[in-house]
Design a protein around this ligand. Structure first.
Ligand code: GLU
Length: 303
């Protein structure tokens, strides 16, 4: 399979969406990105790496970090996590407060903000440094020691994070937060503000294509845990448009409001596409189009 050629085609499809969607501006520092940037990378389980466009340009990973907090919390703490967070799609916006009240402070899944705050809390308890654990993991798997956090984005998010603070306090009121609310939120903002490129993220997600094995051959997750994380990505990874993503792309994926989407082709490869303009659900218009083209043109999906 000539992956490079397919990425070039996918980039053309993505560029044809120019002007569609809006860059996230509810975190003011995020709005400064070049709206028409586009990049895409593919990494295979047997070591091939290719990319197109701005695939080596770092961007704000935002909610893609929630995938890594989840896997690290599972790797360090196992199934205890599931006492405090569910595994069902929410069907609600990622920052919704309504469901949390009716479900007594147990967030529906680890990828909505409320769920990610609980996961961050558990990872903080397990490691002492949740944001640092995510950053170090990404650095190691991508072999990119310069991968870091954008302090301006973290500060901007903290300054405008009223909804996340409301969610965290509400969770704490139900006794579902082990740590101090402000400390947990600080780690949450820090890991959302990590900057990484499509290249970095495709490499960092490869353990999910390798059934849990890391780049150095050590095991991060058991085979069945990796399967389960892929399943949660498929059902909950792209906000309340997970059905649409499964329909169009047919892969487990995790998106972020920075415009990135990381997708897994189990047993084979990872793909990461980035374009800052988002659709109404918060998913990148260009990245969705590019991933749709990739799976349609190659016939490679989980279905
Ligand atoms: N840091 C963002 C927030 O809490 C993450 C949102 C996202 O990428 O879905 O609003």
């Amino acid at each position: 399979m000539n992956y490079q050629q397919i990425l070039v085609e996918a980039a053309e499809v993505a560029r044809a969406t120019a002007g569609q969607g809006r860059v996230a501006d509810y975190i003011p520092a995020l709005a400064q990105v070049p709206a028409e940037a586009f990049g895409m990378a593919l990494a295979t389980a047997d070591g091939e790496l290719c990319g197109v466009g701005d695939w080596e340009q770092p961007f704000s990973i935002q909610s893609i970090s929630k995938l890594f907090t989840l896997v690290l919390a599972i790797a360090h703490g196992g199934d205890a996590l599931w006492k405090g967070v569910g595994r069902e799609p929410s069907g609600n916006p990622f920052n919704s407060l309504i469901q949390l009240e009716t479900e007594h402070g147990i967030p529906r899944n680890p990828f909505i903000n409320a769920g990610a705050i609980v996961v961050t809390d558990r990872l903080l308890r397990l490691t002492g440094d949740a944001a640092g654990a995510v950053r170090d993991f990404l650095r190691g798997e991508s072999e990119n020691p310069s991968l870091g956090t954008d302090p301006e984005v973290a500060a901007s998010e903290a300054a405008h994070g009223h909804r996340n603070a409301a969610l965290a306090h509400f969770i704490a009121s139900h006794g579902n937060l082990l740590g101090d609310v402000d400390t947990v939120l600080g780690h949450y903002y820090q890991h959302c503000a990590i900057t990484a490129s499509c290249r970095d993220l495709a490499l960092a997600g490869l353990f999910l294509a390798r059934q849990g094995s890391r780049a150095d051959g050590s095991r991060l997750l058991h085979r069945s845990q990796a399967k389960r994380v892929n399943a949660i990505m498929l059902t909950c990874g792209t906000y309340d448009a997970a059905g649409e993503f499964a329909y169009r792309v047919g892969l487990p994926g995790k998106s972020g409001v920075g415009g990135g989407i990381l997708a897994v082709l189990p047993g084979r490869a990872t793909l990461c596409a980035w374009g800052p303009r988002l659709d109404a659900a918060g998913n990148s218009v260009a990245a969705m189009a590019a991933l749709d083209h990739f799976t349609t043109a190659t016939g490679l999906s989980i279905f």
